[in-house]
Structure formats: C-alpha cells, structure tokens
Design a protein around this ligand. Sequence first.
Ligand code: PMP
Length: 377
Amino acid sequence: AIYLDNAATTKPCQAAIGAINQCLTENYGNPSSLHHAGLQAQLAIDGVRRTLASILACEPGCIYFTSGATESNNLAVRGVAGAYGKHKPRVITTTVEHASVRESFRQLEQAGFEVIRIAPDSHGVFDPNAFVEAVNERTCLISMMLVNNETGHILPVRRVFYGAKRKNPQIITHCDAVQGFLKVPIRISELKADLLSLSGHKIHAAKGVGALYVRKGVRLTPLLFGGEQEHGIRPGTEPVPLIAGMGAAAAELAPTLAQRSQRVAALRAYLLEQLSPLPGITVHSPEDGSPYILNFSVANIRSEIMLHFLESKGIYVSSGSACSKGANSGVLEQFGATRAQADSAIRVSLCPENAKHELRSLVQAIAEGQATLKTAK
Ligand code: PMP
C-alpha cells in the first residue's frame, strides 16, 4: 500500500518498537514502587522527560505525560479555566482548532465562559492584532495551534502570544503543537507558550501517549483524580512502554529535522508539479505552510468517493481530518475554500520515507478517478 496519511498517524519506527518491547519484557516495574524495578521504570520515564525537554529547550520537570494530545489539550484548556476562570471568564481561541481544543472550548462556553473565536481572513491569514484586541484583564487563556492538521497552515503563535502577554502578563498561553513537533523547530521560550501539547503517534511512536509542557508556576485543575503521579496533575500509573517509545522516536527524529523537512518539501513540490496538468484542482495549503501536508480539491468529486477509489488502488489519503471520520469540520472553509471545494478535498500528508513514484501513482489514480467517477451534484 501507498501510505499518504501521516497527519492522521505514522508508522512506528524501529527505535520506538525496540524501546516499547524492551520495557514490556524487561522494565515492567511500576514507577511508583520503591524497589529496584520501580526505580528502573522511573528512570526510563525521566529519561524521556529529559529527551523531550532538550528538544523543546525547557526544564524536564515541566513535561507531563498523558494518554495523547486529546487529553493534553483538554487538560490545558479546561485545567486553566478551572484554576483561573472564576474571576477571569474570558477565553480566546481560533476557528480552525482540532476537535479536542474546539470541543473543550464548547464545554467552557456551556459552563458560562465568554469564548472569543478568531478567524483567519479570506486568504487564510491570521491578524495577531485581532487576538491582542480581544485580550482584556478578565482573560485567563489564549489557545492557538501551531500547524493546522488539515491544511498545514502555520499560525503566527509567537506574535499572538507575545502581544497577548504584553497587554496582560497574567494570561496563560496554550499551543497545540501536535503537527509541528519535530517538523518545524519549536523553542518554548521563543513561542511564549505556557502550555504545549504533543502526541506520540504523530512522530512514529505508539498511539495512547502524549505530553503536556506546563511552565513552572502555572496552575491546572486536573481532569482525573487519584494518585500523586505526574505531581497529581495527571494521576494514574504511567504507560512506561509507550512513554519509552515516544522518547526513542523523538531522539531519533530530532537531529534530522532540517533534512527531513527538505526531503518532504521536495516531495510536496513534486506532487504539486504532477498535479498541475490535471483539470479542476484547487490547492488549499499555503506555499509557506508545513511541507508535510498538501490539501487540494478535485472539482465535482466528493472526498469520500475519491478516497475510496484511491483506496481501491492501494493508496491511503484522508478527507479533511481523520478525527471527524471524513465529515466536513468547517476548517477548510475558514481558510477560504468554498463549501463545494471543502466537500471534494483530499489531504495528502507525507513522511520522509515516501517516494516520488508513490506520488506519481497517486496522481495517475486521481486522473483515472476523474475519468471514471460520477460527478457530484
Ligand atoms: N491536535 C492536532 C492538531 C491533531 O492533529 C491531533 C491528531 N489528529 C490531535 C490534536 C489529537 O491527538 P491524539 O490523537 O494524540 O489524541
């Protein structure tokens, strides 16, 4: 099969699989146990904390492990609102966030918070001033993703967070960095992020593990209650094998960020070039976005129809984001696509192991689809 759905999830790398197996077979202690086996497990997860911290340029003690970015995002948004929201009921986000952020804000809205959602302009560009203008002294949180998972747009997080904090130094900033981690350089202090969400399975580790960076001094009300693990912010016995796998994958990817980015950018440019003779193609990803994602519509053919046609040729892509099971999330329209374009969008998301011949096969299959598939009404 030709796998072009790496924004949905990635194939675990050998380093991750090795680390997971090693933990399952040899390092199976409970990190909270006081004996040697417990200590070994604790050392393993603390090692991963150091790995992630060195990549993000932050303190290891600021990394908290979760079950994935959905949990990290819920913990960040609802945790800040719970800790600070009583006297500061205004919260700010964008109209293009992942469902796990979007739905967390919807929960806050139902609980009586004043949610301000900032949209991009018709070219898909966010004006940082729009966020800063929305900040007042009763604002506790601003949450903005780094790389959009459907289109690859890179959002001006640093400028927004910087401006917001200048206006209100008490404001807490959260960034969903899932699609940017180990793909674009991230330095926490430069981003001015107080909270930052990561996911393991987008970086060639396993599903079911993620992390939340929490700047020292930031208070969060937990989602779960139980033991003292992760300082009580995230109780529950840590999934040591999954965490070890995430650390191994991150350590392997970190030194090659620039090379991988270049390779993937070349693949993306090649795909664009191959697509250009085809009629009815509209590209929704910006040129200066993440090189890992290319979103485009094929006029008059509904996403699911094309997706399953491509699947029949052994090619896996996505329509919009995997989380919405193909349903239109509305995000593409926020970035300037028409409804008809959004309904016929295909997201190709790359990894460095993809090859040009795979992209040629994709384009050939799309052309075949255009010739044979029924057009949408
Ligand atoms: N945020 C973004 C931008 C994502 O792309 C995803 C995964 N689709 C998530 C959050 C959720 O991550 P997880 O699957 O680890 O819960």
